[in-house]
Design a protein around this ligand. Structure first.
Ligand SMILES: [Zn+2]
Ligand SMILES: [Zn+2]
Length: 85
């Protein structure tokens, strides 16, 4: 899909600049459609328009972009849940 390809390459370009400047990436892999089109600034996926929770439902802390998986929990809480003991 041409539009999608264009979007992704624009995002990759912006990401590259943003990471070089020491900030968070502009976009990440979407937890819903798994394309690298989830816009962290707008908090919405450019392709599927899904929006994920950025605050942990359990501990209320800000979820780092690397731990966003659409579960609504931070990596630590997800780890505690999956431990199950
Ligand atoms: Zn998506
Ligand atoms: Zn948490």
């Amino acid at each position: 899909m041409a539009v999608e390809k264009a979007l992704i390459s624009v995002n990759l370009f912006t990401n590259h600049r943003s990471i070089k400047d020491g900030g968070e990436p502009v976009s990440i892999d979407c937890p819903n459609c798994f394309k690298e089109t989830y816009d962290l600034e707008e908090d919405v996926c450019l392709i599927c328009e899904e929006s994920v929770e950025r605050e942990c439902q359990l501990c209320g802390s800000h979820i780092p972009f690397s731990e966003l998986d659409g579960s609504g929990n931070c990596g630590y809480c997800n780890h505690m849940i999956s431990k199950d003991d």
